[in-house]
Ligand binder design. Structure first.
Ligand SMILES: Cc1ncc(COP(=O)(O)O)c(C=O)c1O
Length: 418
């Protein structure tokens, strides 16, 4: 097939799309593993991966096989029907997390909406109609529908969409003292990202998350982790919360006690992105105490839990649960962090390196849009998280030599930029 000129595709697309994103100067055509190709055949190492979505890389044979098989069997059915695919996906999630119940949906923002509604319904039933307030954090990002936008700090600069949900307060991330004065008998939930994705890749301190856990236990408040970007292996553990271990004494004394440390479990989690490896699927997971607040008629979705999405999610999970999968994420993450530190020592351009696992933020003293353009020209696709933060979220199947290839491109590009 002869492709129309890339520029023509870009211009024609711009004319018929509502502009929600800046248009990229290339047109993507296909992907394979950790690489993507444009319509001119140029190859890119894909460190964007659809923003942490293509967790198994592009065109993974297991996902293709599942899609073909399930599409030929049953793609859609009314949400009230059980299917083997829905059961398998939900059972895998329950068996490999601290949660008892799953609600399937199609995206991150829907998972967050479900989490907020579940927490508020629980608080209404357990504590009364006065208890609906939510504490969120500065630099947070939870999505673009009204509930999730209401707990996203950026809404402060978007007054034209208001009024937002009432009763949302923003505390300072990683600062427990800023949370305490916001707690009252009206507080239903606290929502936090274990690593802030859009807000600059700051990782939570384990003692901060443990402090939130303790505050929620002491005041009977629901703790929600938004693992939409950080979950499903992105931090080198199946669940994002498993990457943060601490003990109550650490919070009291400030002294880590590694032998007593345990993963900090939320009451509810929101999942999406890497869960479908590129297929749109999301979920809200809850401990029974909270999940049981949602009963027939209080919430639901047409597409959520469809057999195709559930079959793909189960396939993605089974790949991630294979021996060595998480160890690879941890190994290449260490290569990336070490390599970036080396580049930082050699160049005056990098000011900070942040994040965890394969969710990495690189602060530079250049405008990130300029850096992204130069990286793309040199064969690396990435994204930004703020004006000066380069975000690297490669597929989790990244190999060590591909990590070195990316580091080589980053080092060379920063040098070229002077
Ligand atoms: C932490 C977090 N929550 C929620 C969302 C919203 O997900 P979606 O774009 O699938 O609605 C995102 C998307 O970037 C995210 O990073």
């Amino acid at each position: 097939m002869t492709h129309p000129n890339a520029q023509e595709i870009i211009e024609k697309t711009k004319a018929v799309l509502i502009s929600t994103y800046d248009a990229q100067p290339v047109v993507l055509d296909r992907g394979e593993g950790c690489y993507a190709y444009d319509t001119d055949g140029k190859k890119y190492l894909d460190f964007a991966a659809g923003i942490a979505v293509a967790s198994l890389g592009h065109a993974h044979p297991a996902i293709i096989k599942t899609l073909k098989h399930q599409a030929a069997r049953l793609m859609a059915c009314q949400a009230s029907y059980a299917t083997q695919e829905k059961l398998e996906a939900a059972q895998l999630l329950v068996d490999h997390s601290c949660f008892d119940q799953i609600y399937f949906c199609n995206s991150g923002t829907e998972a967050v909406e479900a989490a907020l509604k579940c927490a508020r319904k629980w608080a209404y039933d357990a504590k009364g109609p006065h208890c609906y307030e939510i504490i969120a954090f500065r630099n947070s990002f939870h999505g673009r529908t009204y509930g999730s936008a209401s707990v996203t700090e950026k809404r402060m600069s978007q007054p034209y969409f208001g009024p937002y949900l009432e009763g949302v307060h923003f505390a300072k991330f990683n600062d427990l003292e800023s949370v305490k004065p916001l707690i009252s008998e009206k507080t239903a939930a606290i929502i936090v990202e274990p690593v802030q994705g859009e807000g600059g890749l700051a990782a939570a301190e384990p003692a901060f998350l443990m402090g939130l856990r303790k505050l929620c236990d002491d005041h009977n408040i629901c703790l929600i982790f938004d693992e939409v970007q950080a979950g499903f292996g992105r931090l080198g553990t199946f669940n994002a919360y498993e990457a943060f271990s601490c003990c109550p004494e650490c919070v009291e004394t400030g002294k880590p006690m590694p032998r007593k440390a345990k993963p900090i479990e939320p009451d509810i989690a929101a999942w999406a992105k890497g869960m479908g490896g590129g297929f749109p699927v999301g979920a809200m997971a809850a401990k029974r105490k909270f999940g049981s607040a949602i009963v027939v008629g209080t919430h639901g979705t047409t597409y959520g839990g469809n057999p195709l999405a559930c079959a793909v999610a189960a396939t993605v999970m089974k790949q991630m649960l294979k021996r060595g999968f998480m160890a690879n994420v941890q190994k290449v993450s260490a290569v990336m962090f070490e390599g970036l530190k080396q580049i930082q020592r050699e160049s005056n351009k990098i000011t900070d390196i942040k994040g965890k696992g394969l969710m990495i933020g690189v602060d530079t003293n250049t405008k990130c849009t300029e850096l992204l353009k130069a990286l793309q020209k040199n064969g690396l696709m990435a994204t930004k998280a703020g004006d000066n933060t380069l975000r690297l979220t490669p597929p989790l199947i990244l190999k060590e030599e591909q990590a070195h290839e990316a580091l080589g491109i980053i080092g060379k590009t920063l040098k070229e930029m002077g």
